[in-house]
Design a protein around this ligand. Sequence first.
Ligand SMILES: NC(=O)C1=CN([C@@H]2O[C@H](COP(=O)(O)OP(=O)(O)OC[C@H]3O[C@@H](n4cnc5c(N)ncnc54)[C@H](O)[C@@H]3O)[C@@H](O)[C@H]2O)C=CC1
Ligand SMILES: O=C(O)[C@@H]1CCC=N1
Length: 280
Amino acid sequence: MAKLDERIGFIGGGNMAFSIGSGLIRGGIVKASQVMVSGPHIENLSRWRELGATTTDDNNDVLEHTDIIFICVKPHMLGPCAAQLKYKHVPSAKDANKLFVSVLAGTTLQTLEETFAFIGMSGLKMIRTMPNTSMQVGEGCTVYTGNAHVAHQDLEKVHLMLNSLGLAQQVPEPMIDAVTGVTGCGPAFVYTIIESLADGAVKQGVPRQMALQFAAQTLLGAAKTVLLTGKHPAVLRDEVCSPGGSTIVGVHELEKGNLRATIINAVEKSSLRSAELGKK
Ligand SMILES: NC(=O)C1=CN([C@@H]2O[C@H](COP(=O)(O)OP(=O)(O)OC[C@H]3O[C@@H](n4cnc5c(N)ncnc54)[C@H](O)[C@@H]3O)[C@@H](O)[C@H]2O)C=CC1
Ligand SMILES: O=C(O)[C@@H]1CCC=N1
């Protein structure tokens, strides 16, 4: 039994869209038959068809046949993509109470509204989100905010959907770019850390596959400990560092390598770049 009755559309069927769509289908939030995806090259949408979703190379099909429409193109493709939407569908988009959900980095609600108003689609219900690819395994982290046309029930519906794929939190719009550096881009930083942990183990003679599994599980365990105990990471770190033991020697190496400043810089640069991506 699916938890949502709405038909879910994706304009753009790439990595972020698939993380959300596959998460929703595999998690039983919607049935595959409720999902429709569009992209310019239908042959690239085969993984969607394998899931049982409907695919099309016409964005207007998604506009016409779905209720909650995720816009999942790259930020610079928003204008060209909107221009492909045909006027004949415009009244139905607004009158049928459709809900648009953007995942575009750096792209404000104002830009989204102006882009659609430019092609005659004013007054749309629009929710801006910053999701991440971990939604594909139900452990995503998404922040979102809605425009003035979005009703409380719309936000509740989208919250249910996003929160079923991890954590979802409504935030003021100006916070979204700042959060992007941690949640949207963060998985890439963390994959680099997992790979580095594994490389360290491989250097000490642990087989690669085992090293990767141990590194990822260690990261998962540490993250879960932070979330479930509510303790500050520094307190938890101290619990691992025996006086004169093996861990503090490694922590000292991290400090010498400026790990913390490096990660702070990475989050800062990614947040700033994210804000730039949405500039027209
Ligand atoms: N990849 C990630 O981890 C995250 C991405 N995002 C956002 O998600 C959006 C998509 O990024 P990705 O999925 O990574 O990129 P992607 O390149 O994997 O997907 C973009 C898709 O849009 C399709 N496309 C291009 N022009 C189109 C058009 N006119 N109509 C319909 N589809 C069109 C492409 O064929 C492609 O499949 C971006 O705006 C990005 O900022 C947000 C959070 C995380
Ligand atoms: O790299 C990017 O621009 C996108 C947005 C957040 C994660 N990936």
